[in-house]
Design a binder for this molecule. Structure first.
Ligand code: PGA
Length: 258
């Protein structure tokens, strides 16, 4: 088991669900959670697209649904002339708790560098929200034995030089790029090996206490069938779920697995 760390199961909807669909989703999830609450030590967050954040916030708060609100991205600047962008302050005013930064789709399709990912994490932290910092290797890097050094490099860029208190409060999501949306989940052994590696690197960069508190999620083609084995890994403290989070029932089953 993962010691005393709370397990966080996060549904990343990506560019899916309108705000109408989102409201219906929250109602379904709320009914499931009322009928069968999650066991102690497990928490859920939902990461809708920006257009549905306000609707999801209202639906969660009006019914006191025990689910945290999350976002998928934000801009690194406080405010200004950045047409089409959304700031961390705007998210914090919607009671967003978690913001995903550095998702591989952002790195790949929107050319986000390690430096930019760090600046985005800074922006999220300034507004007292928790960044979920994504790291992970490509298939080519895995096959050439470069997976561990690649992740070390991404981690160093994102968390190096930060205080132990800040690092201990972070969520790091290990998402091997080859597993995302591919139907090919990493094996439990691969997920545990990398989660343990991430914790060792966190210890090197920010000390033992930070390493014992930081939460490490696994993400990449997680399903209700694969979730249970992943959630019992010693160093895996939760899951970042894309495709299988698009139905309330499926995300709920994942959060209830084992
Ligand atoms: P997937 O996406 O579950 O659809 O593979 C995971 C993610 O990208 O967060």
């Amino acid at each position: 088991m993962s010691g005393s760390r709370e397990l966080l199961i996060s549904g990343n909807w990506k560019m899916n669900l309108t705000h109408f669909e989102a409201i219906q989703y929250v109602q379904e999830l709320a009914a499931l959670l009322r009928a069968g609450p999650l066991r102690a030590g497990r928490a859920l967050s939902l990461h809708p697209p920006f257009t549905a954040l306000r609707s999801v916030q209202t639906a969660l708060e009006s019914d006191s649904v025990p689910v945290a609100l999350g976002a998928q991205n934000c801009h690194e600047s406080e405010k200004g002339a950045f047409t089409g962008e959304v700031s961390a302050e705007m998210l914090s005013k919607l009671n967003v708790s978690y913001v995903i930064v550095g998702h591989s789709e952002r790195r790949q399709y929107f050319a986000e560098s390690d430096q930019l990912v760090r600046a985005k994490a800074d922006a999220v932290l300034r507004r007292e929200m928790t960044p979920i910092i994504c790291v992970g290797e490509s298939l080519e890097e895995r096959e050439s034995g470069e997976a561990l050094p690649k992740v070390s490099c991404q981690l160093e860029a994102a968390i190096g030089g930060r205080s132990a208190a800040v690092v201990g409060g972070l969520v790091i999501a290990y998402e091997p790029i080859w597993a995302i949306g591919s139907g090919r989940t990493a094996t439990v052994e691969d997920a545990e090996e990398m989660a343990a590696h991430i914790r060792t690197e966190v210890e090197r960069l920010a000390g033992e206490e930070a390493a014992s508190f930081v939460r490490v999620q696994y993400g990449g083609s997680v399903t209700p069938e694969s979730a249970g084995d992943l959630l019992v890994c010693k160093d895996v403290d939760g899951l970042l779920v894309g495709g299988a989070s698009l139905k309330a029932e499926s995300l709920y089953e994942i959060a209830r697995a084992r």
